[in-house]
Write a protein that binds this ligand. Structure first.
Ligand SMILES: Nc1ncnc2c1ncn2[C@@H]1O[C@H](COP(=O)(O)OP(=O)(O)OP(=O)(O)O)[C@@H](O)[C@H]1O
Ligand SMILES: [Mg+2]
Length: 361
């Protein structure tokens, strides 16, 4: 029996016995798959998707961390992207670590397309910048962030946690385990991972990276562009309540619907966002090309749209121009209205404020 104050070592393995192919779920699964496929297809037509991706992943990193109350302002964060190892702002540091963890996980997945316990541990270690592994200490409890009242006590004991993770691993990677639609499976997997809660911290963030890695593994996405964090922030109390209801009352249906509706609305929103960015970029391209004529490089515009904040040394780094010329370029682009100069210490940064506006919309 579940008792929120005692380690839930009886947490059942997936899949649940509930019928999850109800007409309502089925209908939203079809809709979400259609929108997701549209997003995937559109991304395949992009000439340099990695550049655009960088900013989208950065935005997701910010939002996923915000769920954990690691809040950073756009400004701090974009500044931090240009600081290398010199970042003072702790939240920005964590946000950038999250992005690294995501990219790392994506690279690992390329090896054998398996999502393993070790992969998840690696992701958690990178996003927290910690060498900790599976939780060994006792007494981990989940409390409502609003009032600190305990809502859930995850399983305890390293071996028990490892066993549950290897069952989850099997469910993720072995398709013969269940014939459910991958989007339904993603919802099950996210709950299960959170309920196992294998780490002392970073479970929510690792679980949200797991979602996107799973979409990549299932080839529902070719690039990691779909992130539920914004949707979770906007529906945070539902997110917590529905996770809780699965444990307490076995209400899987509402949880699954919640996740799938999130995939649908996020796919739609992401597609609009990418199109808006491309439109903006294309306008910038023509306007800058017109002004520059000689010396214009397409790579420069690409760069402006992969760094929401940019500075002279980035142009040098990418061999766009030497210092003096690079400085003139950025000044000129700012005069055209595409960048805002900001003086920070002895450096001048230029913000692509129009891009930032689209990203945070
Ligand atoms: N009742 C619940 N049962 C299982 N998991 C839950 C429950 N309520 C919340 N969670 C999960 O626990 C996460 C918080 O755990 P933890 O602090 O280890 O992760 P985090 O990444 O540091 O935090 P956050 O998810 O808030 O960013 C939540 O994000 C959510 O995914
Ligand atoms: Mg935490």
């Amino acid at each position: 029996m579940f008792n929120k104050n005692k380690p839930f070592n009886e947490l059942p393995d997936l899949p649940p016995k509930n019928n999850l192919e109800t007409p309502a779920i089925f209908k939203s699964v079809i809709k979400a798959n259609k929108l997701l496929a549209e997003l995937k297809g559109f991304c395949q037509t992009l000439p340099h998707p990695e550049l655009l991706l960088n900013t989208i992943v950065l935005q997701e990193s910010k939002e996923s961390n915000a769920i954990e109350n690691i809040v950073t302002t756009q400004d701090e964060l974009y500044k931090a992207t240009l600081m290398g190892n010199d970042i003072k702002n702790q939240s920005s540091k964590e946000v950038l670590q999250y992005r690294e963890a995501m990219y790392w996980g994506k690279e690992q997945l390329k090896k054998n397309n398996l999502i393993t316990t070790n992969l998840l541990i690696g992701v958690m270690q990178r996003l927290r910048n910690s060498s900790e592994g599976i939780r060994k200490n006792t007494g981990t409890k989940l409390a409502n962030p609003a009032n600190n009242i305990i809502i859930y006590t995850p399983p305890e004991g390293e071996q028990i946690i490892r066993d549950k993770l290897s069952k989850l691993e099997l469910f993720i990677n072995d398709e013969s385990m269940s014939e459910l639609d991958p989007l339904i499976k993603m919802a099950l997997i996210h709950y299960q991972f959170e309920a196992i809660h294998p780490f002392s911290d970073g479970n929510g963030r690792t679980g949200r990276i797991l979602n996107v890695l799973y979409l990549l593994q299932q080839e529902l996405l070719g690039l990691p562009v779909l992130y539920l964090s914004r949707y979770i922030i906007e529906n945070k109390s539902d997110y917590y309540r529905l996770l809780k209801e699965v444990t307490e009352t076995g209400n899987w249906e509402n949880w699954v619907s919640f996740v799938i509706n999130g995939v649908a609305s996020t796919s739609e929103m992401t597609l609009v966002k990418i199109k808006d960015i491309l439109e903006l970029k294309s306008k910038a391209y023509y306007s800058i090309r017109n002004e520059f004529k000689k010396g214009f490089s397409k790579e420069l515009v690409d760069l402006l749209f992969s760094y929401p904040y940019i500075k002279i040394s980035i142009l040098e780094q990418y061999n766009i121009a030497k210092r003096q010329t690079a400085s003139e370029y950025l000044k000129k682009i700012a005069e055209l209205g595409w960048l805002h100069p900001i003086k920070i210490g002895r450096d001048i940064y230029y913000s692509n404020y129009k891009l930032i506006d689209v990203l945070s919309r």
